[in-house]
Design a protein around this ligand. Structure first.
Ligand code: FAD
Length: 414
């Protein structure tokens, strides 16, 4: 301890660890497991999750590789459906319409682009794995504030406990209290859209297709679930999304079957409906004052193209690698230099994904003919030109360059 604030920070600490991860969503759980497996004494601080999450997440190939590196994939696979084909259907009825385009994972010599899993299954499996991880302590409490010093940070918890660490990881979601506590600003924006989310059972098999209708109000996407059903993300004007959500099961199922052009035959509603207003958020920095942000604490964008958590897991893989190599070189893992490396490694990926999702979404909403024509020509070329199609497929999964070690089948040892 070198400074007065460090003395204050450590003096009242009830426990001392290398790293604290705040938040036990999928990003926080994966982060805590990976850090502890790398030999860092890690504490996971999060209240128990009470609400059931009926959403699903498509884990793309690089995320699957990371979960394999952490020996978690075998537990997840039985609950997941492979996305072997992605079909895009232009449902805009506009002057310039793209041809139906199908992307096949086999063209990339992959069994699947990714796997779709219910969030509650994913979180349960990650939570169980976290409980059994050596070197990982779990505190079931909310983070309330922190005091950062030159050598360590003291975290204050709602239980009155204090934890002293060298690095804090804010994996505490879009309203991130950690981000606020270290004074990182955000840029936020809204779209004139909301997403209706619901799981569906249907008569015809999905044959592992993800089917996306591009409509003038946004994508209408059916993603296969394990078994026969699919999860739906239907992006609409907010008032229409609310009207759909208020329909009784039979009326809604019929309306969704009509919108899906009966590609899967008769549909039935399977579970609760949720409506999410669409917007975006980017943190202006990925870290400051001994804290690094991962997942939705750092970036939020619309559920289009299955990018959100996949980007979050790339944050996790990159940060673990940077922190472990700093530890191995005897550096201070929470220093500005280490946080700067993390910032430099992640910024381009986050900016390019945010921009791509934003452009795709806006190209559907716009009435400008040149933009509609460009989108249609792009899809036409993708359907006809194999090298372009393969490049788009590879980039859609994850950036080809600079994949972190955990996403290349490598482990990070002690
Ligand atoms: C409809 C929809 C569909 C989506 N589909 C996909 C998809 O197919 N593929 C994909 O990659 N992404 C998808 N996403 C995005 C994905 O769901 C998110 O990126 C992901 O859930 C974010 O995880 P996270 O762990 O960063 O945050 P969260 O899941 O929000 O977890 C944050 C955690 O922090 C905790 N927390 C908050 N405050 C505190 C505190 N003070 N102290 C302690 N803990 C705290 C919360 O309780 C919570 O458990 C979708 C999103 C939506 C809305």
């Amino acid at each position: 301890m070198t400074s007065t604030s460090d003395a204050r920070a450590a003096g009242t600490a009830t426990s001392v660890h290398d790293v604290a991860v705040v938040g036990a969503g999928p990003s926080g759980l994966a982060m805590a497991i990976a850090l502890a497996r790398s030999g860092l004494f890690t504490v996971l601080i999060a209240p128990d999750v009470t609400a059931e999450d009926d959403r699903t997440t498509a884990l793309l190939d690089s995320s699957v590789e990371m979960l394999k590196s952490l020996d978690l994939w075998e537990r997840i696979l039985p609950h997941a459906a492979p996305l072997a084909h992605m079909r895009i259907i232009d449902g805009t009825e506009r002057l310039f319409r793209a041809p139906e385009t199908v992307f096949d994972a086999s063209e990339l010599k992959l069994e699947a682009f990714g796997y779709n899993i219910r969030n509650r299954d994913l979180n349960r499996i990650l939570g169980e794995a976290a409980s059994g991880t050596e070197g990982l302590t779990r505190i079931h409490a909310r983070f309330e504030g922190l005091e950062a010093g030159a050598d360590c940070t003291r975290l204050d918890l709602e239980t009155g406990e204090h934890v002293c660490v060298r690095l804090v990881v804010g994996a505490d979601g879009r309203n991130s209290p950690v981000r606020d506590a270290v004074g990182i600003d955000t840029k936020t924006w809204r779209y004139p859209q909301a997403a209706l989310i619901v799981n569906l059972d249907h008569d015809l098999p999905h044959r592992f297709h993800s089917t996306e209708f591009h409509t003038p109000t946004g994508p209408f996407t059916l993603v296969p679930l394990s078994g026969r059903g699919s999860s739906l993300v239907c992006v609409e004007r907010p008032e229409v999304a609310q009207e759909l959500a208020a329909m009784d099961d039979d009326t809604l199922a019929l309306e969704l079957e009509r919108r899906a052009r009966s590609v899967y035959g008769k549909m039935r509603i399977d579970g609760a409906r949720q409506v999410y207003p669409l917007g975006g958020l980017t943190a202006t920095r990925m870290g400051a004052r001994r804290a690094a942000l991962v997942g939705e604490a750092a970036h939020v964008f619309p559920p289009i193209g299955a990018q959100g958590l996949n980007l979050g897991l790339r944050d996790v893989a990159a940060l673990v690698e940077i922190v472990v190599s700093a530890r191995d070189r005897g550096e201070d893992i929470g220093s500005d230099e280490v946080l700067g490396r993390y910032e430099r490694q992640r910024r381009a990926d986050i900016t390019s994904r945010t921009t791509a999702v934003d452009l795709l979404n806006r190209s559907l909403l716009t009435d400008m003919l040149p933009v509609q024509a460009l989108r249609s020509i792009g899809l036409y070329l993708a359907s006809r030109v194999a090298p372009l199609r393969r490049m788009l497929m590879r980039e859609g999964i994850a950036p080809v360059l600079a994949r972190p070690k955990l996403m290349r089948g490598l482990t990070l040892g002690r």
